[in-house]
Design a protein around this ligand. Sequence first.
Ligand SMILES: [Zn+2]
Length: 56
Amino acid sequence: MAKVAPWHSVKPGTRPVYHDNNKCTEGNNIEMQYRRSGVGNGRLCEHCDRLDKNGQ
Ligand SMILES: [Zn+2]
C-alpha cells in the first residue's frame, strides 16, 4: 500500500490539491518548506486518485 496520510503545498501559485499517494510525482516535488500535512483547502490530486484506484 502506498496510500499515506494526506499532505499539500502552501506555496503561492500552487493549485489547490492535496496528495495521499507516495508515488505521486507532483506531490513528491513539493519542497519541504512548503509541505504541510492534511488536506488543506483542496481536492484530491487526480494523479493520486488514479494511483489509489490502481492500488499503487
Ligand atoms: Zn498527487
